[in-house]
Ligand binder design. Structure first.
Ligand SMILES: [Zn+2]
Length: 189
């Protein structure tokens, strides 16, 4: 999480809730608001369990838009600096890599750049590659890492797709295509 230390986070509220890891009523949740440059008003949530040590961080847009899909085509090295806010409820996918970051107790919300997103995928895939079962799987891993390397150098175009059922995510670019699906419009698409 790249929140500069000098910024003024405004504490909105603090509460003690049930911890998703140990099940005890010992998870202290602090909720802050902050006006983030390029993104706008955001909510910053920090949770810490005094029993099991579980930590949780989320960041999300102040406004909840509803079932949201954002698509951003990364076409040049310059696009790597675009800010990406992915809330903890969102799935972030790079279809060209056939890889995604999905919601879950260990999946925190984050605000980073497109480059930062690629670094995350690089770390995950490198980690998974250590457990490659055979030569074929290992070769597949290396192929994906090579693709990420080209993406990080701005030599390979790719897409970032965020699906957030709560509508708390954002990609700070005029070229990011956003669709909001209202419940009555049903599923599909
Ligand atoms: Zn706990």
């Amino acid at each position: 999480m790249e929140i500069p230390e000098h910024v003024n986070l405004k504490l909105l509220r603090e509460e003690i809730v049930k911890c998703p890891m140990c099940g005890k009523n010992s998870l202290k949740v602090s909720i802050y608001s902050y006006d983030m440059p390029m993104i706008g008003p955001v909510i910053f949530v920090v949770g810490k369990c005094s029993e099991c040590g579980y930590k949780f961080v989320d960041i999300k847009t102040f406004e909840a838009k509803g079932d949201q899909k954002i698509e951003f085509k990364v076409e040049s090295e310059k696009d790597l600096n675009t800010m990406v806010l992915r809330s903890a409820t969102a799935t972030l996918e790079i279809p060209e890599l056939q890889a995604e970051i999905a919601p879950g107790p260990a999946s925190h919300g984050f605000l980073t750049t497109v480059e930062g997103v690629l670094q995350r995928f690089k770390d995950i895939i490198e980690y998974l590659c250590k457990d490659a079962a055979d030569e074929k799987e290992k070769a597949e891993c290396e192929k994906r890492l090579e693709m990420i390397k080209e993406m990080l150098e701005g030599k390979r175009k790719f897409t970032i797709v965020i699906r957030d059922p709560e509508g708390h995510s954002k990609i700070a670019s005029e070229r990011a295509k956003e669709e909001i699906r209202r419940p009555e419009e049903g599923k599909g698409g």
